[in-house]
Design a protein around this ligand. Structure first.
Ligand code: OAD
Length: 260
């Protein structure tokens, strides 16, 4: 079985991560789709960092839900499998989807990279906090550092501003990751394409779903709401992902065993 899965923020909603366009998405009365932009960062890097820090913390405290686990199960049980996620959280990985079966097309929130040079590191603040804890830095000193020193971190190599390693609106997708999606799509038609928890705002998501499901593959959309992709779906599942996906994966893996 050859399977393509495309996911968005709705898949992590039941882990307590607010979606971008949902009613809980607003942060300090600000629209996330306006914060996740190069313009917002240029105008107020501290504000954008504060938002990402809070999201990082929320993600660290969150756990993968039944939707992430079902997708990981499908990844294990399917030889030709690719997950393309727009989510910058690490919940698919923590549920057990291997890096080689997953493309994180909008990047990784735990990467901190330089806005000018090639410098990049993983999980910058967490490591810093862990180091502080290991060296017994007092709580009020840690709180002070969090409130001041690290609010707009600077690159240790060139002193430009560091930024989260995510793709913002209007930015180019990573060429490497794009190639991985293209290679999978060129590698043959899929039997099943599942699109879960995304408003499918970006043309490339619709394009990949349609190309993956050419030649009569099943195109399953899991989303409580209608999206631009809905009219192309062969099956619409208007339920939360954590309820629908375990059942869909059970059905797919059972029908596969029946064929074998
Ligand atoms: P959105 O916030 O636009 O959409 C979330 C989708 O999930 C909506 O269609 C909801 O109906 C659906 N949804 C909500 N709860 C759900 C649940 N429990 N189960 C299933 N579906 C549910 O998020 P995305 O489509 O992921 O990009 O947004 C795409 C991109 O826009 C993001 O990656 C980000 C954002 O700006 C960048 O930052 C470049």
């Amino acid at each position: 079985m050859r399977v393509l899965v495309l996911t968005g923020a709705g898949v992590s909603a039941e882990s307590g991560i607010p979606t971008f366009r949902g009613k809980d998405g607003y942060w300090r009365n600000l629209d996330p789709t306006k914060l996740a932009t190069p313009e917002a960062f240029a105008r107020d890097p501290q504000l954008v960092w504060d938002w990402y820090r809070e999201r990082r913390q929320r993600i660290r405290n969150a756990r993968p839900n039944a939707a992430h686990e079902a997708i990981a199960r499908l990844a294990h049980q399917t030889e030709e499998f690719l997950l393309v996620t727009q989510n910058v959280d690490d919940l698919h990985a923590r549920a057990g989807v291997a890096a080689e079966k997953m493309v994180r097309i909008h990047g990784d929130i735990f990467v901190t990279r330089c806005s000018r040079c090639e410098f990049e590191r993983h999980d910058y603040e967490q490591e810093d906090e862990e180091q502080d804890a290991a060296y017994g830095v007092r709580e009020h000193v840690r709180a002070f550092k969090a409130a001041t020193c690290r609010r707009t971190p600077k690159c240790p190599a060139c002193h430009a501003l560091l930024r989260p390693g995510v793709v913002w609106f209007g930015e180019q997708l990573s060429r490497n990751e794009l190639e991985r999606v293209e290679d999978f799509l060129d590698g043959g038609a899929c039997d099943v394409v599942i699109v879960a928890g995304t408003t499918a705002t970006f043309g490339y998501i619709i394009d990949w779903a349609l190309r993956g499901s050419r030649d009569g593959a099943e195109l399953i959309e899991v989303n409580p709401e209608e999206t631009p992709l809905s009219r192309f779906a062969t099956r619409l599942v208007r339920e939360p992902a954590a309820i629908a996906l375990p059942r869909i994966v059970d059905d797919l893996t059972a029908s596969r065993s029946a064929i074998l």
